[in-house]
Design a protein around this ligand. Structure first.
Ligand code: FBP
Length: 557
């Protein structure tokens, strides 16, 4: 297959490993752990995997060799840059433990395990994918691995292939299910270990022990580059307001990181909108006032970045969406018979007056999206709602009113963008290439130690890779009880943007200045070769969280 010059050069890149796990290691156990909340319930639900200690690998003189072991690997959920390096790190680690060990990849996500679709990952295959983006080595999928029937079906193929350990690379839900599977296999003495790895560009699988999920770094750097390019265009032409929606599902980590990288004029953070109980009109007014303030200085242009889940965090919209979900689930047949040109009026006439008023105020296209685009569970798929257009159009209307009242005298022309898929399969940055390889290698060490119900953890990540700390965290330690589909379930606690955290506080203390002035920063494309301060920097979020970020964006070390 034809390869680009970068692909060829990048294939030779040797990901950096923590010094501590480069040769012989010993596994050091910390104290017993407990879950972040709901300790009693979680302990009861996970009698075999609850309370295990945090693990840390330290160097030791003796290089351990284990018996050969067959291992399976699954990529679960949305793509994230670096997945191939997790698999190559796992492969290399297993071969170091014993060259006769074998690795099998289950195809297209958890469905591959359930339906017995797999392929052996040999050195030739692994070498083709080192340091590349994407999940195409075995594919990924969103099938949820959660029922006993699925677990038992999986066990059949694991036994047939003599697989003794399974690595599940996924987000919070996939790792929750990995832990349920670990518990089940331990309970029935299946002899199969289950290890998780933290993946998602959304950045919402993180806590004290998991500093970041892989893929967040590269995806944000790709979006940062694109936003920077748009800002430069915007500043050159000086005639458009660009509204840019960014992926990230419910959490605003991606949007916040991109704001920290690029200093746009406006950046919405869903978690803050919810805390402040902002209305849709409040959000629109906030944006319109900034547009008007800039226009008063002759600046009829700007850039606004918006998290994709924002609509769900505006309390009134949340209520409207909830009522629409129930209403359309109940009256789906009747609604399907209503002629298209009467559908909006039909909804307005049948929902509560409070929600009807909000619904009626929405641009027609968005009102339709709220009623038509539903997922298999009957929920509105918020990522399909063109929030950037909704806000842009509503700001346009608000500015027209302000103009009539003599409070605004400018021009408002818009351009709309949605960045998501553009970044999910990018060639991993050095950070993600190294971090992912280290996670995969660490997973092999956890397997070698006979562990199950653990997530591979690599910490101290704002320091050079040689100083990173590798180990394992019991998945139950990250769990709490949450309502899912009307029942309380044990799940890994999702990390939304912490409004008391340094990244948000830094942003909040600078945003007014960024709004008034034009202080754009242009990050440029990810650099794979060159000086370490250009190529190896972690995200600003991570640097601020770990206090290695200074005013000038330089590390303190
Ligand atoms: P994961 O949480 O599975 O990693 O997926 C992240 C994500 O990219 C979200 O940001 C986005 O909302 C969603 O996947 C899109 O899903 P799909 O790939 O099914 O369109």
């Amino acid at each position: 297959m034809k390869k680009s010059a970068l692909q060829i050069a990048r294939a030779a890149y040797c990901p950096k490993l923590p010094e501590a796990i480069k040769a012989g290691v010993r596994c050091v156990e910390g104290d017993a752990t407990c879950s972040v909340a709901d300790q009693e319930e979680i302990a009861q639900l996970f009698p075999h995997t609850y309370g295990m200690p945090v693990l840390r690998f330290e160097p030791c003189d003796e290089v351990r060799h284990c018996p050969a072991i067959n291992v399976g690997v699954i990529l679960s959920g949305g793509q994230a840059p670096g997945g191939h390096n997790v698999i190559s790190g796992l492969f290399d680690g297993l071969k170091t433990l014993n060259p006769d060990s074998r690795l099998y990849g289950f195809l297209l996500g958890p469905a591959g395990l359930i339906n017995h679709q797999y392929k052996e990952l040999t050195a030739d295959i692994i070498n083709e994918y080192r340091n590349t983006g994407g999940f195409d080595i075995i594919g990924s999928g969103r099938t949820k691995l959660e029922t006993k029937e699925q677990f038992d079906s999986g066990l059949e193929i694991l036994r047939a292939l003599d697989i003794k350990a399974l690595v599940i690379i996924g987000g919070d839900d996939s790792n929750t299910n990995a832990c349920v599977l670990a518990e089940y296999y331990k309970k029935i003495n299946a002899g199969v270990q289950v290890i998780g790895c933290p993946k998602t560009i959304d950045g919402d699988l993180k806590n004290e022990m998991i500093e970041t999920s892989f893929g967040f770094d590269t995806a944000c750097k790709v979006y940062g580059e694109m936003i920077g390019n748009i800002q430069r265009d915007c500043n050159s032409a000086q005639k458009y307001w660009h509204f840019i929606k960014l992926m990230g599902r419910s959490a605003s980590h991606i949007t916040l990181e991109c704001a920290l990288q690029t200093q746009p004029n406006i950046c919405l953070i869903s978690e803050e909108i919810e805390r402040e109980h902002m209305t849709l009109d409040g959000v629109v007014t906030y944006i319109a006032n900034i547009v008007a303030e800039r226009a008063a200085k002759g600046l009829n242009y700007g850039v606004a970045i918006i998290p994709e889940g924002v609509i769900e965090f505006i309390p009134a919209m949340k209520k409207l969406i909830a009522e629409l979900n129930d209403f359309l689930a109940k009256y789906a047949k009747e609604f399907a018979r209503v002629p298209r040109n009467e559908q909006i009026k039909y909804i307005i006439d049948h929902i509560s007056p409070e929600n009807a008023a909000i619904y009626a105020s929405l641009p027609e296209r968005v009102a339709r999206q709220l009623t038509l685009d539903r997922d298999p569970h009957g929920n509105v798929q918020v990522s399909l709602i063109e929030t950037e257009k909704l806000l842009g159009e509503m700001v346009g209307r608000k500015l027209a009113q302000m103009k009539e009242a003599g409070k605004y005298n400018g021009k408002f022309s818009t351009q709309y963008h949605f960045f998501g898929y553009e970044g999910r399969c990018a060639t991993p940055s050095n950070f993600d290439a190294d971090y992912c390889y280290s996670l995969g290698y660490t997973a092999s060490l956890l397997i070698g130690e006979g562990k199950t119900g653990y997530m591979a953890s690599v910490r101290n990540t704002t320091r050079p890779a040689a100083e990173w700390i590798a180990g394992g965290v019991p998945v139950t330690m990250m769990m709490n009880m949450e309502r899912r589909n009307a029942t309380m379930k044990p799940v890994i606690q999702k990390a939304l943007v912490d409004l008391e955290g340094e990244p948000f506080k830094y942003f909040a203390s600078h945003r007014d200045e960024w709004a008034r002035e034009t202080m754009y920063v242009y990050p440029g494309p990810i650099q794979y070769f060159g000086p370490t301060e250009v190529c190896d920097q972690p995200t600003v979020t991570l640097a601020l969280e770990q206090q290695t970020h200074t005013k000038h964006g330089k590390r303190l070390d």
